[in-house]
Design a protein around this ligand. Structure first.
Ligand code: SAH
Ligand code: DHB
Ligand code: MG
Length: 226
């Protein structure tokens, strides 16, 4: 749940820092019309992803969890000419909505949408040598976040940036007894991070930030691959 103030401030920040955008706004309208859940990143989070990709001059981006392609549009727009983005989605309905949204945004040629469970499509990316990816955004089923993160490390290079969404879940991650597989998945991801931090040669350096806003209380982690 979002207290009204979080939402009000988020809207203020979104109108100040982002503003209206034909393709992004249309993507949300089409996603809602198709009945997709409104679990896309917020406008300011989308712009954060976009700026992160530009900061590292990403040319090859991987996204796990497309939904209607809202975050995909933000990320793909950060690519320099010649850059590309691969996005993985399990649900064919999401895939077709995203396909239309990306085409409308003029990104049909830049983005490759791969349908299928990410645990099945990720090994294909590896065997096809699609990597290394400069930026990997993990935002699919939370249960598999630790596995996706391990795949991200395999498909990355030194200096790659990995962003993991939904690492707080309104604080549910504090509950070790949670019967929610999503919560347990994120908890395992946190354990993976803690273990790596004290390893002899950590494979990455990471931090996590809490967020509040129109989509409630959550957070994201970023990891720099060593
Ligand atoms: N990144 C999107 C939101 C993604 S929501 C945005 O911010 O705009 C999570 C998505 O992951 C959903 O579309 C869901 O269908 C997809 N998903 C769930 N399980 C998956 C799996 N095993 N493999 C790939 N995608 C999956
Ligand atoms: C859910 C998934 C997300 O990626 C998100 O940002 C928020 C919620 C969900 O599955 O409920
Ligand atoms: Mg998310």
């Amino acid at each position: 749940m979002s207290p009204p103030l979080w939402t009000e401030i988020d809207q203020h920040l979104a109108s100040t820092y982002v503003g209206p955008d034909e393709a992004l706004d249309a993507a949300l309208v089409a996603s809602a019309a198709a009945g997709l859940p409104a679990i896309n990143v917020t406008p300011n989070q989308g712009k954060f992803l976009h700026l992160s990709a530009r900061l590292i001059a990403a040319r090859n981006i991987l996204e796990i969890g497309t939904l209607g392609g809202y975050s995909t549009i933000w990320l793909a727009r950060a690519l320099a000419p010649g850059g590309r983005l691969i996005t993985l989605e399990a649900d064919p309905k999401c895939g077709s909505v995203a396909f239309e949204n990306l085409a409308r945004a003029g990104l049909g040629k830049v983005v490759e949408l791969r349908l299928g469970k990410a645990l099945e499509t990720l090994p294909m990316l590896a065997s096809e040598k699609c990597g290394p990816f400069d930026l990997i955004f993990i935002d699919a089923d939370k249960e598999n976040t630790p596995s996706y993160f391990e795949w991200a490390l395999k498909l990355a290079r030194r200096g790659s940036l990995i962003v993991v969404d939904n690492v707080v879940r309104s604080g549910a991650v504090l509950n070790a007894e949670s019967s929610d597989a999503s919560v347990q998945g994120i908890r395992q991801f946190h354990e993976l991070v803690a273990k790596e931090r004290t390893a002899k040669q950590p494979r990455f350096s990471a931090t996590a930030l809490q967020t509040v806003g129109s989509k409630g209380h959550d957070g994201f982690a970023i990891a720099l691959v060593e």
